[in-house]
Design a protein around this ligand. Sequence first.
Ligand code: NI
Length: 137
Amino acid sequence: MKRRVAVYRTAHFNAAHRLNVPSWTDEKNREFFGLCNNEHYHGHNYDLHVRVEGEMDELTGYLIDLKVLKQYIEEEIIEKFDHKNLNLDTPDFKDLNPTAENIVWVIWQKLRLRLDPKFNLGVRLYETQRNFVEFNG
Ligand code: NI
């Protein structure tokens, strides 16, 4: 019998950002985004949970080699985002507001490109312990 299973890998990065809609006035941005609009930026300790789901290999007992998944996350996400200012240092957020909703979508796209299409991919991003978002494609 073919077994479907999900494996998870977690990772962590620290990054700064500022939420702002350039077409709005400063006043409207301050009012809407509050502290997150601080023009001098602020930081978060982001926790990332990556879920890979699919049909496991019966011979090896593996779904995916977690070393390989770890490497994708390291190369695609941690090296690009950790200790960065998302607005200023990463091309991904040059014209995209770095909200948790947008960050999780960018992360999903980057990992999707590396991952074998036979797998389903889900990404959950914690901006704080209590606030998190999820994108499943
Ligand atoms: Ni923030």
